[in-house]
Design a protein around this ligand. Sequence first.
Ligand SMILES: [Zn+2]
Length: 289
Amino acid sequence: MRHRQATTDMHRASTVSAGGIKVGDAELCVISAGQLDIGEPQKALDAASCNDGKLRDFWTESSIVVEQNVLAIRSQGRFAILESGAPTPDSSPSPLNSGLISAGIEPESVDAIIPTHAHLDHVGGIMRPDGQRNFPNARIHLHPCDVEFWLADERLGTRGERSALVARRNLNPNLDRLVLHVDDQETFPGVTAMHTPGHTVGHTSFVIGSGSELLFVVGDIVHHPCQLAYPRIRMLFDTDPDAGVETRLKVLEFLASRTMPAFFYHFPFPGCGFVERAGEGYCFLPMPM
Ligand SMILES: [Zn+2]
């Protein structure tokens, strides 16, 4: 099912959902938390690291607008959402909340919010601007390195200050609701954490499912399909760009060498598909949901 509603300045807000599919014992659907403008391509991506200029073929607009695809999971009678979207400008229902309700999932029934990392477009939808919780009964699952990094005073006054302030607004009221996971830990039934640092120190991907029925949640190791064709391009938002490239290459090769579908938060909706080798890089084959 898929339908769109009106727009706002901050998001091109939409109520969009797709699904569901079953992976192992987990039932999944994808809900849009709206779109996000991540700025001029040459600033968001280190264009100098792509010296042949072909990078320009990937966009015609002056800025890169990406999706925010939130995976909703029902497993063993409990609901989780992976990511919470960027902050909304007012306290009216966010595109994510509206989308969840349209899909039959009441925000009160969400037991867990599982962001891949603590950047503003991943934890910014935990709290509403009026200080109320969007998901009043949810615990928040994060890697401890990201909690420590983004709540540290050292982030203030740096390029990461905006994300740090959003992390403070959304995490500080919920410190007693945090569930800290480490590499290779099942953090929610059927959802296993895989520490994939580089984009942030605690960035975590997830493997959903069991046995041969698996889905790999990529998170922000990749923001745009051009990073599959040119996986060595450095990304402005990576807190450690060299580690970001190293992790990206490792994960893309892992996915291309298997028939495991992957889920990309920022790819065209719904963000699910396969990674294949193509030339010196990789390509994305979307999978309908
Ligand atoms: Zn992101």
